[in-house]
Design a protein around this ligand. Structure first.
Ligand code: SUG
Length: 451
C-alpha cells in the first residue's frame, strides 16, 4: 500500500451556492422537512445569503472554504426530453398545465446540498496518490437524478489537473446502484493527512441480504453502490467498513447517514440508532484504524429520533482546530429543542472528547427542505500542492465573497412560490445569472445552455 502521511493536507469544505429557483415543492419522500414545508413561499435571496454567510464566517474563523455553483434550472432539456415542445415559454406553460409535479422537479435547487454531489477519496488513501471523485447518481428521485451530469462537468472543470485528480463515471442509474454520495460516507483518521478508514453507510442491499429494511420510507443508498465507489477509488478491504443504517432511523426520517452521524479525524459523533449493528461497526473501524477511534455516542434517552430529525443535531459540521480541539457547527434549530440543546452543553461540550466549541448557524431556508450545515458542503481533503492545482476561482476569499453576495443581490428574487415556477421570466433571469457566475468563478462552460 502507498500510504504515507502528508502533513500539508487540510479539509476544504465546498459549499453549494443556493440557486435562484430555491423553493418548497415537497419533492423528497422520506425527508420530513421537505414533506412538511411543501407549498411555502421561499426566499431564494435569503437562502443564498444565509449560505454565503456560513461560508464567510467559517473562512474568517480560519477554515478552508470553497464554493460549488448551482445548476441550470428550470431544466428545460429534461422537459423537452419528456416530450414538451415549442418555445421555452410554451414548454413551461404546457408542463405547468399537464405535469405540474414534473415542472416542480425540473426547477429544484437541490444541487445546493453538495454532500450529495459526489464521494471523494483523498490522495493519501488512493493507490495512485490522486484525489478521486465519483458524482452520485441520485437516482432515488427525479429532481435529483437531473444533477450528476452537470456535477461531473463542474468537478472535472475545478479539479482538472490530471496529475492530482481522477474522475470516475457515475454509477449505473438504477435502484441496485442507488448512490447519494458523501452524505453516506465518513472518513476516519488520526488527522486529515494521515491514512484513513472509510465508513460507508447503506440503507439496503440490492442483491441478497436478509431483507431487514425500512418499511415506511425508502433506503436511498445500496451496499452495492458503496462497494462500487470504493472499488473505483482503489480502496482495499483493510481501508473500508460497510455498515447498514438502522432501518428504524430511516423510517423516522433519517434519509441519509449524515442526518444521524458525523465524523471528523478520529471522532465519530453518532446517535444510538445510527447503525443497525452499532458494536460491530465500531469494532470494524477500530480493527482498521491506525489511531484510536473516539466514539461519541448520543443515547436515545438523551435525544429521541424525532428530536434528532427536527433539530438536525447530527447534520453539523465537525471541524478540526490547530490546537487539536474541534468545533461543531450546528443549525439554529438545535437551540429550539430543549433536549438537544441540553445534550450539546452537558453531554458533548462537557464530555471527554475533542469537541470544545459549538457554533450556531442560521440556514433556515435550506433546513425547511431538509438540508442542514453538513448537507450544504462537500468535504475535499487537499494538500498544499493539490489546493494550488484547483482550477477556477472557487476557493473563497473576501473579494469572492463580496462579489458573490453582490451577484445574489442583483439577480435573486426574495419570494418564490411553486406557482411562480412556470414564469418564463424566472428561467431567463436564471440563465443571465448563471452565465455571469461562470465568468465570475472562471469555470468555463459547464451548463447545458453553454455547451
Ligand atoms: O435529497 N431535499 C434534499 C435534502 C438533501 C440533504 N442532504 C443531506 N442530508 N446530505 C433531499 O431530500 C427537497 C426539495 C424540495 O422538496 O423541493 C430535497 O430534495
Amino acid at each position: 500500500m502507498s500510504q504515507t502521511p502528508n502533513p500539508t493536507v487540510r479539509e476544504v469544505n465546498f459549499d453549494g451556492l443556493v440557486g435562484p429557483t430555491h423553493n418548497y415543492s415537497g419533492l423528497a419522500h422520506g425527508n420530513v422537512a421537505s414533506m412538511t414545508h411543501e407549498g411555502l413561499v421561499a426566499n431564494p435571496r435569503e437562502a443564498a445569503l444565509q449560505g454565503l454567510e456560513k461560508m464567510k464566517s467559517l473562512m474568517d474563523a480560519g477554515y478552508a472554504q470553497g464554493v460549488l455553483p448551482p445548476q441550470q434550472r428550470p431544466d428545460l432539456g429534461a422537459l423537452r426530453a419528456l416530450g414538451f415542445t415549442g418555445s421555452d415559454a410554451r414548454v413551461l406553460a404546457r408542463a405547468a398545465e399537464e405535469a405540474p409535479q414534473v415542472l416542480r422537479a425540473v426547477c429544484s435547487a437541490s444541487s445546493m446540498w453538495t454532500a450529495n454531489a459526489a464521494t471523494v477519496t483523498p490522495s493519501v488513501d488512493a493507490p495512485d496518490r490522486r484525489v478521486h471523485f465519483t458524482p452520485a447518481n441520485l437516482q432515488s428521485s427525479f429532481h435529483r437524478y437531473l444533477e450528476p451530469a452537470t456535477t461531473g462537468r463542474v468537478l472535472a472543470s475545478m479539479f482538472r489537473d490530471e496529475r492530482f485528480f481522477a474522475h470516475h463515471p457515475v454509477l449505473p442509474s438504477t435502484p441496485a446502484f442507488s448512490d447519494e454520495g458523501a452524505a453516506n460516507h465518513t472518513r476516519l483518521a488520526g488527522d486529515h493527512g494521515e491514512p484513513g478508514v472509510h465508513l460507508y453507510v447503506y440503507g439496503r442491499q440490492a442483491f441478497g441480504g436478509d431483507g431487514v429494511e425500512p418499511k415506511r420510507f425508502p433506503a436511498r443508498q445500496t451496499l452495492e453502490a458503496s462497494q462500487a465507489v470504493a472499488r473505483q477509488h482503489g480502496l482495499e478491504a483493510s481501508q473500508t467498513v460497510f455498515a447498514q443504517q438502522h432501518p428504524e432511523a430511516i423510517d423516522a426520517g433519517v434519509f441519509h447517514n449524515d442526518v444521524i452521524a458525523v465524523g471528523n479525524g478520529p471522532v465519530l459523533l453518532y446517535h444510538e440508532y445510527a447503525f443497525r449493528d452499532e458494536q460491530g461497526t465500531l469494532d470494524a473501524l477500530r480493527a482498521r484504524m491506525a489511531s484510536p477511534l473516539i466514539p461519541v455516542r448520543v443515547p436515545v434517552e438523551a435525544v429521541s429520533l424525532d428530536d434528532a430529525v427536527a433539530s438536525y443535531l447530527f447534520n453539523s459540521q465537525l471541524l478540526s482546530n490547530p490546537d487539536g480541539t474541534m468545533t461543531l457547527v450546528v443549525p439554529g434549530e438545535c437551540q429550539e429543542r430543549e433536549a438537544v440543546w441540553r445534550c450539546l452543553q452537558d453531554h458533548l461540550l462537557a464530555g471527554n472528547n475533542p469537541i470544545a466549541e459549538v457554533v450556531v448557524k442560521d440556514v433556515k431556508q435550506s433546513m425547511r427542505n431538509g438540508g442542514g450545515p453538513a448537507c450544504l458542503r462537500l468535504r475535499v481533503a487537499l494538500s498544499d500542492e493539490e489546493r494550488a492545482a484547483v482550477s477556477g476561482r472557487v476557493l473563497l476569499d473576501d473579494a469572492l465573497h463580496g462579489e458573490l453576495t453582490a451577484w445574489v443581490e442583483r439577480h435573486y428574487r426574495d419570494r418564490l412560490a411553486p406557482a411562480d415556477l412556470a414564469d418564463p421570466a424566472l428561467a431567463h433571469e436564471t440563465l443571465t445569472a448563471l452565465d455571469e457566475l461562470t465568468r465570475l468563478l472562471k469555470l468555463g462552460s459547464v451548463y447545458p445552455f453553454q455547451l
